[in-house]
Design a protein around this ligand. Structure first.
Ligand SMILES: [Zn+2]
Length: 421
């Protein structure tokens, strides 16, 4: 079998610490039904303070694919608070004990928290201990390295993580380069995110680069919260816009006037269009800066045209195709023709990179390869270029690292000249 050599092999969209946290934490990916939680094997490391926390359930894989109810959690876990995250990270399943402990803005009597309510719940959980955090970071490094990656772009960076990474570097245990973005949850949160960004920037480390702030303006297709240009099939809504158009412009101005980059989570085609139009308006006023568009799973040719004069980099996760193809058409219908427009982006010379969205999808070159091969058998135009070049870090000079890969497995990984795998 033919092997390829990828320089500075890059996962361009990941949640770094969550990746290791997931490996060590309670996984719910194997549940076949909501009731299966009764057979979970619970260990002390699955707790965050007094909360039992797990991640990865996907009701689309269940016999009954409707959203689960808190009554089931109450039945098996009556004694302590429980919060279980959906696989896409956009919904959480909580028990009554958990609901009693939290301050949430909406009535949550079903026990399923969506979008902001879920994020608010996560923010109110007790923090992981520093020992837990260190173990999770080490596990993340191992996971990415074993998957062949020497470079990762982390959309969930913060100064606490950055300092622990720096400690690992000093202990000669950091075998990965990380591009970091700090998430701002809303327009009021920009200031906190920027202060934390400045703390990160004080860390001088050859393997860590801090770029700016990430916001997310819509949800996910799985939860029907991604903002699309038509109503979801059989529904009377087209998703949600989590930031108003004015707030998006405020965020662009906030970042670009401070000479930092902005990354915007935009999954639905309408969300991408709104982000691009906001960037054009701000640019037209004379303020220029770099914009990263995250996911770009669904995009119209008109929006791609509007992107041309801007300083944009798109980040696409091909492996989402493998997970979503079962149900995607039943949710978005004709809009499927806008799915995964890598070839059109390439033709229009819009730069893009491939990533995984780990831990939403496993970080994996094999899955990228499979997704590109598989999707071209449906109506998605095939990418007529070296697909692995989209897994190389755009800065070829950032360390001398390389990964040897043959579409089925990783043969060897060198980080900054040293063989690590
Ligand atoms: Zn993500």
């Amino acid at each position: 079998m033919e092997t390829v050599e990828i320089k500075n092999c890059y996962d361009s969209h990941a949640h770094f610490v969550s990746t290791g946290r997931n490996q060590l934490g309670l996984t719910l990916k194997t549940l076949q039904s909501a009731d299966d939680v009764k057979s979970l094997v619970i260990k002390p490391e699955h707790f965050q303070g007094d909360w039992l926390v797990g991640f990865g359930w996907d009701n689309h894989l269940w016999r009954d694919s409707s959203l689960p109810h808190k009554d089931i959690l109450d039945k098996y876990f009556p004694d302590f608070p429980v919060l279980f995250g959906r696989v896409d990270g956009h919904a959480g399943w909580i028990n009554s004990k958990g609901l009693q402990k939290l301050q949430l803005p909406h009535d949550e009597s079903t026990g399923v928290l969506l979008e902001r309510d879920y994020i608010q719940a996560l923010m109110q959980l007790p923090k992981h201990s520093e020992t837990q955090l260190k173990a999770q970071i080490k596990e993340s490094i191992k996971t990415f390295n074993q998957a062949g990656f020497t470079h990762v772009r982390d959309l969930s960076m913060n100064s606490l993580t950055a300092n622990l990474l720096h400690d690992l570097y000093n202990a000669r245990e950091l075998t990965i380069c990380i591009d970091g973005f700090i998430t701002a949850e809303n327009v009021v949160d920009l200031e906190r995110a920027y202060l934390d960004f400045q703390k990160c920037q004080q860390i001088k480390n050859p393997y860590l680069r801090f770029h700016g702030i990430k916001i997310f303006i819509d949800g996910s297709l799985g939860s029907e919260t991604a903002l699309i240009s038509k109503n979801y099939i059989g529904k009377s809504h087209n998703g949600l816009l989590a930031w108003t158009q004015d707030e998006i412009k405020t965020a662009l101005i906030y970042c670009w006037s401070r000479k930092i980059e902005i990354a915007i989570h935009t999954i639905g085609d309408l969300a991408v269009d709104i982000a691009v139009k906001a960037a054009r308006e701000v640019s037209a006023s004379g303020l220029l800066g770099k914009l990263h568009l995250e996911h770009v799973q669904l995009i119209s040719p008109q929006t791609i045209n509007l992107m041309k004069p801007l300083h944009i980099h798109c980040h696409i996760q091909p492996s989402h195709w493998l997970s979503d193809k079962k149900w995607i058409k039943s949710k978005i219908g004709d809009l499927s023709s806008y799915l995964f427009q890598w070839e059109l982006l390439r033709k229009n010379k819009i730069p893009f990179s491939f990533g995984s969205d780990s831990p939403v999808e496993p970080t994996s070159l094999v899955r990228t390869y499979e997704a590109l091969k598989d999707s071209s058998q449906f109506e998605i135009p095939a990418l007529t270029a070296d697909i692995y070049s989209y897994h190389a870090h755009p800065d070829h000079t950032w360390t001398t690292s390389k990964t040897v890969f043959d579409t089925e497995k990783i043969h060897s990984v060198y980080f900054n000249g040293e063989k690590i795998n």
